[in-house]
Design a protein around this ligand. Structure first.
Ligand SMILES: [Zn+2]
Length: 130
C-alpha cells in the first residue's frame, strides 16, 4: 500500500534547482515505507517522508533553514513523486536552453556558394610540398 507523502513542498519554499541537482547524485537506500538512508554527500542522513512527529531529514539545511533539502528531494524521486519529477524536467529544459544559447555557431566560409577548383588544387599542392 502506498502511503501519502505528507510534505508540503510549496510551504517549505519549493524545489530549489541547486538542491535538486545535488540530490540527483545521492545514493538512497529504502529502510521501510517512507523511510530512507541517504548517502553520497559529505555526511549520511535519514529521511522520513511519512511521520509528522519527527523531522523529515536530520540535516542542517532542513532542520535550521526549514527547506526541502537535497536528501528529501532524493527520497521523493525514489518514490516517484510527480512534483519532483516535473522539477527535474524543468531543470533539464533550463540546462538545454543554456547549452543552446552557448552553442558555437559555424562562421560563414569565404567564397560561400562558389566552387573554386583552382583554390582547392592550390591547397593540395601546398600539402604535397610540405
Ligand atoms: Zn537533508
Amino acid at each position: 500500500m502506498r502511503l501519502a507523502t505528507m510534505i508540503d513542498i510549496p510551504a517549505a519554499g519549493g524545489v530549489e534547482a541547486g538542491r535538486l541537482e545535488r540530490g540527483l547524485e545521492l545514493e538512497v537506500r529504502p529502510l521501510e515505507p517512507g523511510r530512507y538512508h541517504v548517502s553520497g554527500g559529505r555526511e549520511q542522513h535519514w529521511v522520513d517522508l511519512r511521520s509528522p512527529l519527527v523531522p523529515r531529514c536530520d540535516c542542517g539545511d532542513h532542520l535550521w533553514r526549514e527547506r526541502v533539502c537535497k536528501h528529501i528531494l532524493a527520497a521523493l524521486l525514489r518514490e516517484g513523486d510527480e512534483r519532483v519529477i516535473r522539477e527535474v524536467a524543468a531543470l533539464v529544459a533550463g540546462l538545454r536552453a543554456q547549452v543552446r544559447s552557448l552553442a558555437v555557431r559555424p562562421r560563414p566560409r569565404r567564397g560561400r556558394g562558389r566552387v573554386d577548383p583552382a583554390g582547392a588544387a592550390g591547397r593540395i599542392e601546398t600539402v604535397r610540398r610540405s
